[in-house]
Design a binder for this molecule. Structure first.
Ligand code: SAM
Length: 286
């Protein structure tokens, strides 16, 4: 386990993922019933963009740095930038929130969050960031095993029907990670068919993702689509040229939200003429 998200926090992939996470939370909180969020690969929850790690890669500059400077007009982007400002208000001007922080920010008193992190140091930091938030349970454990253990979600004897599972693995071993995530999603959908699921993946060469799209389309979700942002041509297997989200059981019109956001992100975060975004349905609900 060499991956540390501190090197990558706030990059173009985080921008896409975190805009989507906030919009999914807002769909969940539109109804009064309590919701549950499971963050299977949570990271430490809070980052400092002036840290040595972040400065070494400079990735945040091409992500949240550019987006803050340009602030393209779209409600989902404005929502995200407001959350970043709230994080900076509480934690200083170079803070950047991780997914558990954003879940805690967007969800309500009656909602519950489980955040899993396997790396002991990251899990320790995560634990201390949320020590005073009784809505959040931090688990130092494998996120895929946690999907088996924690779904369907319950509080006491009550089963929660509404919620989100975010799967955001480090992709240290590309093929194994797709296998693990697709297997875990297939199993989770049988336990908790009504949950919403978001799985993040990197894009190097897009054509190499064809087997993943085919397999994702066979998952037993009611509906599913992929939303992808390329910041440069996907012509090198060595670089992350973009990233995507596989969304299962999306809320109503969520595809349209992302379809509106992606061209704006491509314009602001794109590095060459090949930058662009796309939304493609894999399975439309009956
Ligand atoms: N979701 C976070 C965010 O958006 O702020 C970033 C997560 S980062 C991409 C992936 C994290 O997963 C790393 O902190 C890594 O230590 C952790 N990790 C790696 N393998 C894991 C596993 N099997 N289960 C849980 N966490 C794992």
């Amino acid at each position: 386990m060499n991956y540390r998200h501190a090197f990558h926090a706030g990059n173009h992939a985080d921008v896409l993922k975190h805009i989507a996470v906030l919009a999914l939370c807002d769909a969940l909180t539109a109804k009064p019933a309590a919701a549950f969020a499971l963050d299977t690969h949570a990271g430490r929850g809070l980052y400092a963009l002036d840290s040595n790690s972040a400065q070494r890669t400079g990735e945040a500059e091409g992500g949240i740095g550019r987006l803050m400077a340009e602030a393209p007009k779209h409600p989902a982007i404005a929502r995200y930038l407001t959350a970043i400002r709230a994080c900076r208000h509480d934690h200083g001007p170079t803070a950047y929130p991780g997914s558990p922080w954003l879940l805690a920010h967007a969800l309500r008193e009656q909602d519950r969050i489980a955040a899993c992190e396997l790396h002991p140091e990251e899990a320790g930091l995560l634990e201390s960031t949320f020590a005073r938030d009784s809505r959040i349970a931090v688990h130092e454990r494998d996120g895929y095993a946690a999907m088996k253990a924690l779904l369907p979600p319950r509080t006491g004897t009550t089963r929660l029907n509404r919620g989100l599972v975010l799967i955001d693995p480090p992709f240290e071993a590309q093929l194994e990670e797709f296998d693990a995530a697709l297997g875990a999603l297939r199993d989770a959908l049988t336990r908790w068919p009504q949950g919403m699921y978001a799985f993040w993946y990197p894009i190097k060469l897009r054509r190499s993702l064809q087997p993943f799209y085919r397999r994702a389309a066979t998952l037993p979700a009611k509906s599913s689509f992929v939303a992808e942002l390329l910041v440069r041509a996907d012509d090198s297997p060595l670089r992350m040229n973009g990233s995507g989200l596989l969304i299962l059981n999306p809320p109503w019109q969520f595809d349209q939200t992302l379809a509106g956001v992606l061209p704006l992100l491509a314009k602001v975060l794109g590095e060459d003429a090949a930058a662009g975004g796309r939304v493609e349905w894999l399975k439309r609900g009956e």
